[in-house]
Design a protein around this ligand. Structure first.
Ligand SMILES: Nc1ncnc2c1ncn2[C@@H]1O[C@H](COP(=O)(O)OP(=O)(O)O)[C@@H](O)[C@H]1O
Ligand SMILES: [Mg+2]
Length: 275
């Protein structure tokens, strides 16, 4: 099953905001999506608890009979939120799980430097260097009155990092997340400009993750519908052989390691064969 992780060593770079939006977008496309944290803090669990029943549901880790955290049965897509400071062995384990890694970067020297260090480490992984796990940079909290988007794009280009677009600084992101929602859960016409930014960001991901037979509707702009490729491997019914493999060793929150991440073991079982 396709897995996307949101990674940046720097706290506050927008990882959880991006991860929640990616999961909600997939849910709106009809995917049975799980949003999971790979750290003890489990911050997106709080967000999920606030999510109301009237919007497309997003699943969280489930505990099996052996108290192992794993994706619930029937999940077709996984979004992983990660903690700041992720590197070394923990980052390596995550890379082994992911088909795509999104790196949210705000436009400051410190943010770019931190993201560059993260990028260097990621590129040292054969799975990333070979393109089996694809990277993309998303500019976060960009003020349209500044040259932030341009500076970030040039920076990404100078490092040969795919640049997947920018999202503007807007209080609507803060307010929606507070309520267990995302922009995708709101009336589209009221947020057309932001959804247009998302359209750019999501186009490469839709292809990598095989999401969205129905496309993303952006009402203000005719022809602005993402047309991702038809899913070549449609979601399979949940059978024993296709059931998601346990990937986390956590037995319960109380037994989780105090530091570090939890991704563990083989790649998620699912329809995608590449590893
Ligand atoms: N586009 C945005 N506009 C305004 N605030 C944002 C935007 N994206 C994220 N934020 C805010 O920035 C802060 C950090 O974002 P968060 O997603 O929690 O980062 P991280 O998970 O990397 O620590 C949060 O308060 C969040 O609401
Ligand atoms: Mg976070």
């Amino acid at each position: 099953m396709p897995v996307v992780a949101v990674v940046n060593r720097k706290g506050g770079s927008g990882k959880s905001t991006l991860a929640t939006h990616l999961a909600a977008w997939m849910a709106h496309q009809g995917c049975r999506v799980m949003l999971g944290d790979v750290d003890r803090q489990q911050s997106t669990r709080t967000w999920l608890k606030r999510r109301v029943a009237s919007v497309p549901s997003i699943l969280h880790w489930t505990l099996d009979q052996k108290n192992i955290l794993k994706p619930p049965a029937g999940v077709t897509h996984v979004v992983l939120d990660t903690p700041g400071g992720l590197q070394g062995f923990d980052l390596s384990r995550l890379v082994m799980q992911a088909d795509a890694i999104v790196i949210p970067v705000c436009n400051s020297l410190f943010d770019r430097d931190s993201a560059a260090a993260c990028h260097d480490e990621l590129m040292a992984h054969p799975r990333v260097a070979s393109g089996r796990c694809q990277l993309g940079v998303v500019g976060m909290r960009i003020d349209a009155r500044t040259r932030g988007a341009e500076v970030l794009q040039q920076w990404a280009h100078s490092r040969a990092m795919p640049f997947w677009g920018v999202l503007r600084e807007a209080q609507i992101y803060v307010r929606t997340v507070e309520n267990g929602l995302t922009l995708f859960d709101l009336p589209a016409a009221a947020h057309a400009a932001d959804l247009q930014q998302w359209q750019v960001v999501l186009a490469p991901l839709a292809s990598i993750l095989r999401v969205g037979a129905s496309g993303l509707r952006v009402p203000c702009d005719e022809g602005a519908t993402i047309e991702p490729p038809v899913m070549t491997e449609p979601a399979q019914p949940d059978t024993p052989s296709q059931a998601p493999a346990p990937i986390l060793p956590a037995r319960a929150a109380a037994l989780m390691p105090a530091q570090g991440t939890l991704v563990h073991g083989d790649r998620f079982a699912g329809s995608r064969a590449s590893g």
